[in-house]
Design a protein around this ligand. Sequence first.
Ligand SMILES: Nc1nc2c(c(=O)[nH]1)N[C@H]1C(S)=C(S)[C@@H](COP(=O)(O)O)O[C@H]1N2
Ligand SMILES: [Mo]
Length: 372
Amino acid sequence: MVRVPHPPLRFTSRLHDERVAAWLGIMLGLSFTTTFVTGLISHFMQHPAGWMVWPSHPVNLYRVTQGLHVICGLATIPFLLAKLWTVYPRLWRWPPIRSAGHAIERALVFVLVGAALFQVGTGLLNIAYWYAFPFFFPTAHYWTAYLLYGALVIHVTNKWAKARHTVMTRPEDDLRRRGFLLTVAATSGVVVLTTVGEAFSPLAKLAVLAPRRPGVGPQDLPVNRSAYAAGITTTIAHDPGYRLVVTGRVERELSFSLDDLNGLPSHTVRLPITCVEGWSAGATWEGIRLRDLLNTAGVRQDARVRIESLERVGVYTTSWVDHSHWHDELTLLALKVNGSPLDLDHGFPCRLIAPNRPGVLQTKWVHKVVVA
Ligand SMILES: Nc1nc2c(c(=O)[nH]1)N[C@H]1C(S)=C(S)[C@@H](COP(=O)(O)O)O[C@H]1N2
Ligand SMILES: [Mo]
């Protein structure tokens, strides 16, 4: 009888073992939970379901949740790569499929890995402003999040008992594994240190890997979409015929020239711009309270209002303001930032600034307030 020899065992390193995989899995479980929850907050702040009214306080809530989302997503990358390297020998296990249950489990792992790579990959490209993909990032990133988190929950349920046992029992020697895990954690720590300053200003100087940094830009404030990119020229923004109009379901329509606006009671607030791409920066804004304008025009106290930009085409040419936000005395139509009239890139002649709100909803180059 001919005996088929066993294939040689090639993956003998302890770094490919259960213990390393389990610890990396725990870290990934925690980080994907954080990014999933903060991602949902971001999605529903931008696209609230009918019954959702977001509070305007705490003022910095979105700054914290979105900073966490992006920085935690970046910190996940070393853990994800290490986990994939640790478990990839299992791809070569023979036979590839042992049973129907095993086939489903393997398919699920492919979904999990594919979705995880897709989320960190597209997230990374998006914050780097490299729109290399043919789909609309927010939609794809949002739906893939459910796929990823669903697959993750099933995977954790499958592995829970075994991983728990592995982590709880003491190994005989731990040194190489511990060194490997510490290296992965340290790499992740370096990623955090060199990016977190994009949202946490005291560390701004260290944020060498961040695409935007607080303090860097016209009037010490970063710009996401410039006036040039939005098609707003000096001629358009400085047109003497410019009027800010309050219209829609109002008792009286209002119309103001820039001089009129500068003559209205002005208020100063300290609020951050928080871009959904993770960077945020505090600034001092001066302008007119939105609620003063709306009360002068005469509107229902629970009215929603739409802020419209001079920008003609684009995804962020308008934004909705709920009553919880326009009642807030911090919500301004700002005319100045950090002591001087708005730079064209920051929305001259007039822009919305409100507390606890994603940057995409802080409309620049405002010329119309429409009450619904
Ligand atoms: N009209 C208009 N307003 C806009 C945008 C835009 O593309 N068009 N971009 C938004 C985004 S994504 C952000 S983060 C903030 C940035 O404001 P800043 O450039 O003054 O820092 O403006 C918001 N307002
Ligand atoms: Mo943004």
